[in-house]
Design a protein around this ligand. Sequence first.
Ligand code: XMP
Length: 506
Amino acid sequence: MLEKVIILDFGSQTTQLIARRLRELNVYCEIVPYNKFPENTSNIIGVILSGSPFSVNDSEAFKPDLSSVRGKYPVLGICYGAQYLAYSSGGKVEKGNSREYGRARLTPVDRNDSLMKNLDENVQVWMSHGDTITVLPENFAVVANTKDVEVAAYRIEGEKTWGVQFHPEVYHTEIGMTVLDNFLNICSAKKDWTPASFIETTIDKLKKQLGDDKVILALSGGVDSSVSAVLLNKAIGKNLTCVFVDNGLLRKNEFGKVIDDYKHLGLNVLGIDAKAYFYEKLAGVKEPERKRKIIGKGFIDIFEQEARKLKDVKWLAQGTIYPDVIESLSITGTVIKSHHNVGGLPEKMNLKLVEPLRLLFKDEVRKVGRELGMEEHLIKRHPFPGPGLGVRILGDITPEKVRMLQDADDIFISGLREWDLYDKVWQAGVILLPVNSVGVMGDERTYENAVALRAVTSTDAMTADWAPLPYEFLAKISNEIINKVRGVNRVVYDISSKPPSTIEWE
Ligand code: XMP
């Protein structure tokens, strides 16, 4: 059975990073809210408590009962997790001084400690807490310190429980992977979670879950839904029908290209032209969240309609991946935005959901795709949002605006390919701004639309930076767009990073 580590999420921004690092060490893990320890515990090999935006001394801090994990599994508390373990056993946590922020040098004091194995002295770690443990409970022993923090790491005697006040999951902690690997050894992890093992267990699981049921899959043309389709095709073959909807918000010529691409994968694909339906529902709607909800609901309506035609379809498959799940369901209750394939689902849906990639990060999905033998151009395709150009046309959507944006976007993306820049950026696109600006063409004054070019680098879309594209390239694209795309007379380049911005503008 697939072994896993459970990460109890106390709301830290780096919780997902912990998961990524464990996966890099070939161990499967799942993030669950701090108070939702799974009931089925048969394959859990260890538990990690994440950091938190709160101090343990705050009245609104998360303080779950840890009796179902402490002493039962190896436990690693990180930052707040470490402080809460100490605090809830009678230790003292107090405001530290500012020197405890950022880089610090760690030195193990107990070299025989299993968590401190293979660590040199004076190694760089990253601290990000305002609090620090000042008094340890009786059976806690310090295993590492820094110049300013006496209890940089501790062990609880008589249990397989450790706490570290630094963040082993961030890149700035040089020995972070060693510490996490040491913890996994304490958990006796087999470290056999690989794309191939994921494929095998997922196909098995899908076969059991779906039996002889019919499934309809929402293909978007992107890597996530394509990999989902190939996995499902392997699991249930003819019982899978893929539906690719033209919602009128796709890239230029995308519909035909995608249908062609899927031929070689042996998938059964139904293409539906629903442009008119979406344009009608979206007419006059300006508010981004409402647009997302309408587009999400539109997809589901179309799928349900097709499912009814196919008769006896029980399941809707989607290419939802982990960042969509995490961003939509934050534990502090703040929804960043509703990704249409998670938060925007109507409450009453007549199809059950199957999401084979729900717990994978994007780079893991690509590895699985390669392992499944999919063509490289499909795997390397940039991410494209479910609501498509709908969230790149700021303000209301009309077919004319879609035409303008498709033409501009096509020039930008084709240019990236020609200049060999496509694979160097995580994703790119053009945004149609809801402003007109004055220009001059020939002898005439123009008053037309401005567009923004967006290209970012990233590893998982959780954070992103604007891509430093060459000036000559930007100049050429700008010229070409303004000369060729009717209705556009100005091009700007977006130089915002995420956070605090997001990749999409809406
Ligand atoms: P943001 O704009 O939140 O985007 O930085 C992160 C990544 O998610 C994509 N994205 C979406 N994907 N449905 C999707 O399937 C959506 O509603 C959606 N919104 C954003 C975005 O393109 C980027 O890759």
